[in-house]
Write a protein that binds this ligand. Structure first.
Ligand code: NAP
Length: 336
């Protein structure tokens, strides 16, 4: 099997590793990858050698975690999937692999396009930004940062019942946000941002900000635009790969006086669902996302900008490294 391994900053090498598919253990599932997708934010940070995410592996390490494939073999006690099922997992970019039944796996219903399904886990995380942020239908949501995760949050806004505005740092991304269903989209440094948001919200202000960008200016924008007593749901890894902070991130006028809540988008969804194994664990969020795809309510493939053969994977990572703005959805085809 083929797998790209990252040996250090910008040192990604495609390797051939053995895979014993003839001796599956009772809970093993053998999956052949059809396509995998690039998760630019985290993947780029690992590729360029930004501060290590706590708990993440060091070099040499695998890359990627959005993998769509077909089940080719199962162990004697596997019940979750059958041979021939199409599944989406959080496994790295690689041509095939063996995983355990207890790992994260979402079965893709018939009729869901593989290029939509490959984004299931990313969209589940975008959905988690709403749930952790205690979103209520009818609220006005601003998504700050319009990468794959941010545009996923924009795309879920309408099915979830939100009024959504995208806040980005490039006109290309504003246009993408509108294509994904944003009711409005503005540049974060638009001198008239406050007035435009005031008009957009009829003077009420933004109820929930979903922050998906690492740079501190994006954090400051989030605190500025959220209404008094509003919530800021932070899925980005604030400050990762960014220059050191040159201002107080929680000044009284933006935090204490406004009485806002800042929420980390990680872990279990909230007090209604106290443990990860209850209602909305990762895979159940994924099941919900693929059901929205099956109903035609979300369509991540609309924003695929680059389709590469797996042999071109380094080219794609280099484009991400150079922060190519026209690059958003990037998939790798694993057929030889
Ligand atoms: N919490 C978790 O479990 C988790 C899991 C996965 C990912 N993440 C994190 O979530 C974040 C989003 O992921 P992603 O793949 O969507 O990343 P991404 O592609 O880097 O998206 C962030 C976007 O925000 C833009 N941006 C930068 N500064 C901005 C500003 N001041 N105002 C508005 N937009 C600004 C970035 O532009 P530039 O490219 O020009 O900077 C980029 O387009 C990353 O930090 C990632 O590490 C978190």
């Amino acid at each position: 099997m083929k797998i790209p391994i990252l040996y250090g900053p910008r040192d990604l090498r495609m390797e051939e590793h053995p895979l014993d598919t003839d001796n599956l253990k009772s809970k093993d599932i053998w999956i052949e990858t059809e396509i995998s997708a690039l998760k630019i934010g985290t993947d780029r940070g690992n590729y360029e050698g930004a501060e290590q995410v706590p708990g993440a592996p060091g070099y040499p390490r695998w890359v990627g975690d959005s993998n769509l494939g077909i089940v080719r073999g199962i162990g004697s006690e596997v019940t979750r999937v059958q041979v021939g099922d199409r599944v989406v997992t959080r496994q790295p970019h690689q041509s095939e692999y063996i995983t355990d039944e207890s790992a994260s796996i979402v079965k893709v219903p018939d009729g869901v396009h593989p290029e939509d399904a490959v984004y299931t886990h990313l969209y589940a995380l975008s959905g988690h930004c709403y749930r952790k942020g205690n979103f209520q239908p009818g609220e006005t949501v601003a998504v700050v940062g319009l990468g794959v995760l941010g545009l996923g949050a924009v795309g879920l806004g309408q099915p979830f019942g939100a009024r959504v505005v995208g806040i980005g740092n490039s006109p290309i991304r504003l246009e993408m946000a509108e294509r994904m269903g944003a009711h409005a989209a503005f540049l974060y440094n638009d001198p008239d941002l406050d007035a435009k948001l005031d008009e957009f919200t009829n003077g009420i202000g933004i109820d929930l900000v979903i922050l998906t960008a690492n740079p501190w200016p994006a954090f400051r924008t989030s605190l500025q635009i959220v209404r008094d007593n509003g919530r800021v749901s932070v899925v980005s890894l604030l400050g990762r790969g960014e220059p050191p902070l040159d201002f107080n991130p929680l000044p009284m006028e933006l935090f204490y006086n406004k009485g806002i809540s800042i929420i980390a988008v990680s872990g279990a969804p909230g007090y209604l669902y106290p443990t990860p194994e209850t209602r909305f664990n990762n895979d159940r969020q994924g099941d919900y996302i693929v059901s929205l795809m099956a109903d035609g309510l979300v369509e991540p493939k609309r924003l695929i900008t680059h389709r590469y053969h797996y042999t071109e994977i380094v080219k794609a990572y280099e484009m991400a490294y150079h922060r190519e703005k026209s690059m958003l959805g990037v998939t790798f085809d694993w057929k030889d």
